[in-house]
Write a protein that binds this ligand. Structure first.
Ligand code: FE2
Length: 303
């Protein structure tokens, strides 16, 4: 029982057509629904209706981050835990938040991010048969990551939001970067037994740093960089190695300026795994292990 994994992100874009073209043709997601000011998308191997929703807006950034619940009873369970922590919640029925949406408990985290806990999103399948399937459908375009992996957000008080996610939502801390004054600069939290489903780094409340999509190996990062360059998509950093999480990543921007990552590697985390701590002086290698320093634009550019 509980939160299973990252489910979806809802992102603002000022040019819906341009963003939809990028998310389908360059990133290679599948469009599942469209309205005048919203497009719903999924990665090819996800069974559920959407993992990315782009919404027309005059600004860019994150509207909602959603997590998938394992059982319908988890909706009441977290509603009660949030109420006990003094957090007000709002409940939405199936379909009430748009095409394919499941039953949802919505609230605001101490970092100012709107969070949805969702059970029962429509299942649309992955275009593969259940009998004798090939490893991948034919005809996919762009990078076509099989699934969403993690989200990385910013918070003024990383200690506070990390405590909220661990104590109220029952996430487990896998890694942290500690400031010399004893505060957390960056934390990695998981529910799915991966290195992280969500991470926080110090910065403005409600800010969105990046959403990460899974690819299967290092060679896919090279291929993703080729595809970004071919389409004139600005690469921000990588392909490179992260010290924290031990993953490999490549960062680039959607046409609105929202940062995307394709990510692979990392470890599996049992619930009894002890958190790893990086010191402030090693923050460079924690984030970019080869370069050893964090490019300032990586910390200051966000949406
Ligand atoms: Fe990431």
């Amino acid at each position: 029982m509980g939160i299973l994994r990252l489910s979806h992100v809802e992102i603002r874009v000022p040019d819906l057509e341009l963003a939809a073209a990028y998310y389908t043709e360059v990133l290679g997601l599948i469009e599942t629904s469209r309205q005048a000011e919203k497009v719903w998308l999924k990665c090819w191997d996800e069974l559920q209706h959407h993992s990315v929703v782009i919404t027309y807006a005059p600004s860019y950034g994150l509207d909602v981050v959603g997590f998938k619940l394992q059982e319908p009873e988890d909706l009441d369970y977290y509603e009660q835990r949030l109420a006990a922590a003094g957090v007000s919640t709002k409940r939405f029925g199936p379909g009430e938040l748009g095409p394919g949406s499941g039953e949802t408990v919505r609230f605001e985290a101490p970092s100012g991010h709107v969070v949805d806990l969702v059970w029962g999103m429509d299942q649309v399948g992955n275009m593969l048969p259940l009998n004798n399937p090939p490893p991948e459908p034919m005809g996919l375009v762009g990078i076509h990551p099989p699934r969403i992996d993690h989200i990385f957000l910013m918070a003024e008080d990383v200690d506070e939001v990390t405590a909220f996610f661990t104590e109220v939502l029952e996430f487990r801390l896998t890694e942290q970067i500690m400031a010399d004054d004893g505060h957390q600069l960056c934390t990695f939290l998981e529910r799915s037994h991966k290195s992280h489903d969500i991470a926080f780094i110090v910065g403005p409340n409600a800010a969105f740093h990046h959403v990460g999509f899974w690819v299967d190996d290092w060679n896919d990062l090279r291929r993703a960089a080729d595809i970004c360059s071919y389409h004139g998509v600005k690469i921000d950093a990588g392909p490179t190695r992260h010290g924290a999480t031990r993953g490999w990543g490549l960062y680039f921007f959607d046409p609105a300026g929202n940062r995307n990552e394709v990510y692979t590697g990392g470890y599996w985390a049992d619930p009894d795994r002890e958190p790893v701590t990086w010191t402030e002086s090693e923050m460079g290698r924690a984030i970019f292990y080869y370069e050893g320093v964090v490019d300032q634009k990586f910390l200051t550019v966000h949406s």
